[in-house]
Design a protein around this ligand. Structure first.
Ligand code: BJ8
Length: 422
């Protein structure tokens, strides 16, 4: 992973402290990703994206910002990036997936909240994430308690706007969400100093639809048995989707898909057909959180699906592109977003049905439900998921963990015992 202290200086980072991070990431990446056997050649682009995560891509965003393009950071797949793209802005995901920033956050936030929130907050207060430094502002949301209260504090460090996301999916909630989407569009227009008319919104929808479609294609190819790509590589691509340039990213995903089609045709796989196939569901795994996938695949299984916001919840639905006016466009955008079955909604039975559907489609042989510590909504929803799986004799295990390495040994033991049931 490359370094560019001059760029980090310009971004106002704590350069002395941050300088130790690229070598740490390099070592982790070598051990977790580059050591895998038989990876597709087209993974080279995504390896490069990681190698340049603190240089090339951030330089690209910085140059665009200096050239007048605003950069907006988000923490939830409910924030409609189509409208940022439509206005000529850059939208990047800022969820934190690293243990290294948690101590910074715990100087201010309570310790017993979700590690994803602490990690993100710690990156900003410690000035140790170039992406947090390059954004003009961030857009939070009212999904869970940890997030919505943290935004009040984050606003002290970076301008933080908040969208109200309904907690139910009744007709009146859909209208509330449409109003929020309209407010968001107006806010983005103010920041970008542009008016996003019908054509601009159509272009934004087309670009983001194309990105989601490329990921759909990749996910359905990876479902093939034997698997043409590892679960770790798939997760990495799903993570990169949140900070790469969307048009180039979609093109590179399609190039990889073409290679996977050839691999499938020639019988080339990353693991034999007899390898236990695991689907992971639950809370998102933000970069560089590769902990559970690495444990599962090191135990001799392969991950074949992520029912997660860094996974299928991000790309399973596209926006209908057949609108004839702006109002209809925004309604269709709203409808698409309301299909995201985040556990912050109640009731949320559509998610249970979606998990079962993805289990069938992916040819998985067991589900590991992944809950970040203190994420009450996903942790409680695991009860219903377990019941649904037990009723269908689907092997199911729920785990609650954080980003620390402390429980790795215990998780390895549990995962190995689970794989023996399959
Ligand atoms: S739509 S899943 S991206 S909110 S894991 S911070 S919920 S305590 S991430 Fe999420 Fe949007 Fe929902 Fe998806 Fe809170 Fe839970 Fe932490 Fe979470």
């Amino acid at each position: 992973v490359k370094s560019d202290p001059a760029l980090w200086e310009k971004l106002g980072m704590d350069v002395a402290r941050f300088s130790g991070m690229p070598p740490m990431l390099t070592n982790a990446y070598r051990g977790i990703f580059l050591s895998q056997q038989g990876r597709p050649e087209k993974m080279a682009y995504f390896d490069d994206m990681v190698a340049n995560i603190h240089t090339g891509r951030i330089q690209e965003i910085y140059d665009a910002k200096v050239g007048g393009k605003p950069v907006i950071g988000t923490f939830c797949v409910y924030v409609p990036e189509e409208l940022v793209v439509a206005a000529g802005g850059i939208c990047i995901g800022l969820c934190g997936g690293a243990q290294g920033s948690i101590a910074d956050a715990e100087k201010i936030l309570p310790r017993n909240i979700c590690p994803m929130v602490k990690s993100a907050f710690g990156f900003k207060v410690g000035k140790i994430c170039p992406y947090f430094q390059v954004v003009d502002l961030v857009y939070g949301e009212t999904t869970c308690d940890a997030k919505k209260k943290t935004w009040e504090l984050l606003d002290r460090y970076v301008p933080t706007h908040v969208m109200e996301i309904p907690q139910m999916k009744r007709e009146r909630d859909k209208w509330l969400w449409l109003d929020e989407v309209k407010d968001f569009k107006a806010a983005v227009e103010r920041i970008t100093d542009t008016i996003t008319d019908f054509d601009a919104v159509a272009a934004g929808i087309k670009t983001v639809n194309a990105k989601r479609f490329a990921l759909q294609r990749l996910n359905s190819l990876r479902h093939h048995n034997p698997s043409p790509i590892s679960g770790k590589d798939m997760l990495l691509i799903e993570q990169i989707a949140f900070y790469d340039e969307p048009v180039r990213f979609a093109q590179k995903v399609h190039e990889l898909c073409d290679e996977l089609e050839q691999r499938i045709g020639s019988g080339i796989a990353v693991a034999p057909k007899s390898t236990p196939r695991i689907m992971v569901s639950g809370t998102p795994m933000a970069l560089p959180n590769w902990k559970l996938h690495h444990i599962i695949e090191s135990a001799g299984a392969i991950v074949v699906n992520e029912e997660s916001c860094i996974g299928t919840r991000y790309y399973k639905d596209l926006i209908d592109e057949g609108s004839t006016d702006l109002e209809q466009q925004l309604e269709r955008l709203t409808e698409r977003y309301m299909k995201i079955d985040c556990s912050c909604f109640t009731p949320n039975d559509d998610r249970i049905a979606q998990v079962l559907k993805e289990y069938e489609e992916s040819g998985a042989e067991g589900i590991i439900d992944y809950c970040l510590q203190f994420c009450h909504t996903y942790n409680i929803e695991a009860v219903k998921l377990r019941e649904a799986c037990e009723a269908r004799d689907i092997p199911f295990m729920s785990i609650e963990t954080d980003y620390s390495p402390d429980d790795v040994g215990q998780l390895q033991t549990r995962v190995e015992a689970f794989l023996e049931q399959i």
